[in-house]
Design a protein around this ligand. Structure first.
Ligand code: CDP
Ligand code: CDP
Length: 229
């Protein structure tokens, strides 16, 4: 039932993609796929193995030899690299500040997109990232582009960090977010950009519930169009 569509959610760092994607997936009993976690997982392994960030060939070879799994636990989604749970490790500042350089490489993206398309082939999926509506699922029935001011996004990360007891200051977080957005938006292959047919939502002054409700209403419409009311 109700599983005929794919929902693609893109946007810059801390726009609220993963929080809202999880809620929407839960509500519809869809699976949720965090593609950023896959790039983070590769980055985590590359850093551990001291592979230079600019070595496209070594990095794509590493990816070929790396098993990345997204597993739905009872509490949260777990990320497994070659069977090891790296759910916490991939959120470290070190990974966050290096992931965009690894995600720039054509050979890395080719393999990631292939894996992501495989995961999305059955529909009934909410997938978030930077190039989902443009490259991974260009025929997604619902495409959303989330944005918010960089001040608001830095504040969201800051609040998240304070809850976890981390201490990066607001200005540093803002600069890191701006730097990552710049690399993601300017890269040659599949840059961060709104798909022509995506609905843009500025979440700066919206609550999480409001954003989720608005995506759910688009999903309901798409399901009706598919004859699945
Ligand atoms: O959650 P946050 O916005 O901090 O980032 P993420 O979604 O975990 O993605 C981390 C990084 O992976 C991004 O900054 C991009 O460099 C890369 N990425 C990508 O290139 N394409 C995607 N579909 C998803 C992530
Ligand atoms: O996945 P992405 O990097 O786009 O964002 P996220 O990891 O979901 O982080 C967004 C943070 O902002 C979370 O702590 C949310 O609770 C908060 N937030 C939001 O997602 N949406 C709003 N409209 C307001 C706050």
């Amino acid at each position: 039932v109700h599983k005929a569509i794919a929902i693609a959610i893109d946007g810059p760092a801390a726009a609220g993609k993963s929080t809202v994607s999880k809620m929407v997936a839960n509500e519809l009993s869809f699976i949720y796929i965090d593609t950023g976690a896959m790039y983070r997982a590769l980055t985590c392994k590359a850093l551990r193995e001291n592979i230079p960030l600019e070595d496209e060939q070594k990095l794509s070879g590493l990816l070929t030899d790396t098993d990345i799994e997204l597993e739905q636990g009872t509490d949260q989604q777990h990320v497994l690299v070659d069977g090891e749970d790296v759910t916490q490790a991939i959120r470290s500042e070190n990974v966050t500040n290096h992931v965009s350089y690894i995600a720039e490489h054509a050979a890395v993206r080719r393999e990631m997109v292939k894996r992501q398309q495989q995961l999305a082939r059955k529909r009934g999926v909410v997938m978030d990232g930077r190039d989902i509506g443009t490259h991974v699922i260009p025929d997604a029935e619902v495409k959303i582009f989330l944005k918010a001011s960089v001040e608001e996004r830095a504040k969201r990360r800051y609040d998240e960090n304070s809850q976890k007891g981390f201490s990066a200051d607001l200005e540093t977080l803002k600069q890191e977010i701006e730097q990552r957005d710049k690399i993601d938006s300017r890269r040659a292959i599949a840059p961060l950009i709104k798909a022509d047919d995506a609905i843009e939502l500025d979440t700066t002054d919206l609550s999480i519930d409001e954003v989720a409700a608005s995506i759910l209403s688009e999903a309901e419409k798409a399901l009706v169009d598919k004859g699945e009311p």
